[in-house]
Design a protein around this ligand. Structure first.
Ligand SMILES: Cc1cc2nc3c(=O)[nH]c(=O)nc-3n(C[C@H](O)[C@H](O)[C@H](O)COP(=O)(O)OP(=O)(O)OC[C@H]3O[C@@H](n4cnc5c(N)ncnc54)[C@H](O)[C@@H]3O)c2cc1C
Length: 329
């Protein structure tokens, strides 16, 4: 039976941003729930090693995730896992109604969206057909299935370059296929990639089709040179796609300001164009998306939400947030 719950703050998504927001909101003695469709961790669970989180020269993604979750829970944030949020709507009285797939309702005066993003698909024939049968979007999850095999990685940004390097732990050969003649990844990652003898970069090339065998497993990619139009087959048993993410903003029922790519636009306090609705982490429009930026955003969002709630209690939220460059309307 569907149930209605009441909280001060509802946080949607338990990645680094959601867990950090939960920690701060809990520590501020706000009744806080973090709703997560999977397990706490978000993209940390898809990342083997983190080498750029201050204080940790290197830490395993799942270990950092566990530390974040434990820390948030210690300060009183409640985690509900396996809960898929379907929609968030602002009601006429200013409260938010967060509805889950099972029909439960979470009513709260403020919501922090930390729902991250979903991997962008290549959109070529065979990609979805062979997903899980050679096509993957997660190196840490699937890399071990490709021991001593020849595989391809698609993309040119940090994720593609980093994961190509990671995948050479398993694969005997990794082709990095990039549609341009230059990588977007940071220099240090590029250097690591180019000095790895197991990796070969195929420049100016796109994948037109994924082809498989009678057992339904990937066997080759049909490649096309974007300059000459020449086609060729590349024999691989796996294709890992790292060409970006789409922000998970479809759950917001009302119009909220976003950028051209669909990422939520916030003010300096992480408040969206809708009063009381905050956004943090990968779902937010910003220069870069890292664990550090996610937790930085989340810290601000949770503290701003706390001030917002206090102002609501005092009867004047516009006054409290005045001068912050916000979208208070
Ligand atoms: C392969 C890879 C390697 C990376 N390596 C690094 C690195 O080395 N260092 C670094 O700093 N950063 C790295 N990053 C980036 C970093 O992981 C992200 O910036 C960070 O995880 C963003 O945190 P987030 O909380 O905003 O979003 P996410 O981590 O994406 O978490 C969002 C959470 O929201 C949940 N969610 C979404 N929609 C719903 C819904 N409707 N209902 C319920 N729950 C929902 C998701 O299940 C997910 O758990 C890497 C990313 C990838 C993909």
């Amino acid at each position: 039976m569907a149930t209605t719950f009441t909280y001060d703050v509802v946080i949607i998504g338990a990645g680094p941003a959601g867990m950090c927001a939960g920690m701060y909101a809990g520590r501020s003695m706000l009744k806080t729930v973090v709703l997560e469709r999977g397990f706490p961790g978000g993209e940390l669970l898809n990342t083997e090693l983190i080498e750029d989180y201050p204080g940790f020269e290197h830490v395993l993604g799942h270990e950092l995730a566990q530390k974040f979750a434990d820390h948030a829970a210690k300060f009183g944030a409640e985690f509900k896992t396996g809960v898929i949020v379907e929609s968030v709507r602002k009601l006429g009285d200013g409260t938010f109604e967060t509805r889950t797939e099972s029909g439960d309702l979470y009513v709260s005066p403020s919501v922090i969206i930390t729902a991250g993003g979903t991997p962008v698909k290549l959109g070529v024939p065979g990609e979805l057909e062979y997903a899980g049968k050679g096509v993957s979007y997660c190196a840490i999850c699937d890399g071990a299935f490709f021991r001593e095999q020849t595989i391809a990685v698609i993309g040119g940004g940090d994720a593609a370059v980093e994961e190509s390097d990671f995948l050479t732990r398993y694969a005997s050969k990794v082709y990095l296929i990039h549609r341009r003649h230059e990588l977007r990844a940071s220099k240090i990652l590029q250097e690591r990639l180019l000095s790895n003898p197991k990796i070969e970069v195929i420049w100016d090339t796109v994948v037109d089709r994924v082809e498989g065998d009678e057992q339904g497993l990937v066997r080759s990619l049909k490649l096309r040179d974007v300059n000459t139009g020449d086609e060729r087959d590349l024999a691989v048993t796996g294709m890992f796609v790292f060409i970006g993410f789409r922000p998970n903003t479809g759950i917001i029922a009302d119009h909220v300001a976003h950028d051209d790519m669909g990422y939520l636009v916030t003010d300096a306090n992480m408040q969206t164009s809708m009063r009381g609705l905050f956004a943090a982490g990968d779902v937010r429009s910003q220069l870069t998306r890292q664990v550090t930026t996610a937790v930085g955003d989340a810290t601000t969002a949770a503290i701003a939400a706390e001030k917002y709630l206090k102002a609501l209690e005092d009867g004047n939220p516009a006054e409290r947030l005045a001068g912050t460059g916000g979208y208070a309307v």
